[in-house]
Write a protein that binds this ligand. Sequence first.
Ligand SMILES: Cc1ncc(COP(=O)(O)O)c(C=O)c1O
Length: 359
Amino acid sequence: MNLPKPIKFQVERYVGGLSQFKKIVNPIKLSANESALGPSPKAIEAFEKEKNKIFKYPETDSNSLREVLSAKFNIDAKRIVCGSGSDQIFDLTCRLFLEPGDEVIVTEFGFIMHKIYASLHKAKVLLAKEKNFKASVEEIIKKVSDKTKIVFIANPNNPTGTYLSKNEMLDLRKKLRSNILLVVDDAYFEFLNSKNFSSGLDLFKDSLNVLITRTFSKIYGLAGLRLGWGYSSKEIIENMYQIKPPFNVNRAALNAGAEAIKDNEWTKKAIEHNTLWSKKIFSVLKEYNIKTNEPAVNFFLMNFDETKINSDEAFEKLATDKLILRKMIQYKISNSLRLTIGNKEANEQFIKSIGSILK
Ligand SMILES: Cc1ncc(COP(=O)(O)O)c(C=O)c1O
């Protein structure tokens, strides 16, 4: 029988963090950089209020949330697009700019979804070498050709946890041709408080050739609702609206997201929790000779070259204590695991467990 034939896309499939491993009862998931404390109680209340309205479509253009974001960050609502996760913004960006033959530059260990969407939209993806798991402006510029359309950079980056300074980011934009779109993924910026760092939005809110993405999946704890947004020139955002699916952000996400953004107290608490525990865990990792990134985000990329067991053995042993971490196979980072900072109990369990494994 002659059957309908789907196109075979030559793209790798995203492998998410495991939620379960070997039938562990009540596993502690530290594999997806999710929020340690969960969302603001006000966001949960807003989510619950929506339940009687789910038979109605949500807003087509997320206008109510755009207004909240505009007021919060002092930015132009017309230059905001909301998406079903920042993931959808990467997809729309690639769809809007890429044609076969175009080139996209990502960094060697950059967030893998950037690369996946660029390939899906038929661009050739070039990897710019990193130095000690940190992006390099010089290496990115080396990859530029007359076919380059987009450069993606997550700052700070996942899974490396490293970041480019404010000056390096400004230097990068200056050295790229003006008609190359620079996409700055701000997913983890809230966790980082350093004088030499500025978020993509702070650095480039007046630029016409930068697109900044933000997510509600990390500090705001709404990964399950799928909510993110992008900020760029009016022209780029208008074009994105033309191709964006209608109703792409659901009612619960719109309302919970607006409450989450307004709840400064909760956000502060989540940042304080992360700062406290990332410092503690960092010193524990040092004590056991696990090489890792400086505390800057809500996770650590841990290398086991100088420990008595390798990363696969460490993964298995931690799992026997119910802890599920992220293997780095898809990122091709050898002998390493990524650990998400969890709640107090999870972190204490990790510290106890890694201590008994490596003592
Ligand atoms: C750097 C980076 N950007 C974006 C995302 C995805 O965000 P969202 O849940 O908004 O699609 C992640 C999630 O892990 C990430 O690590």
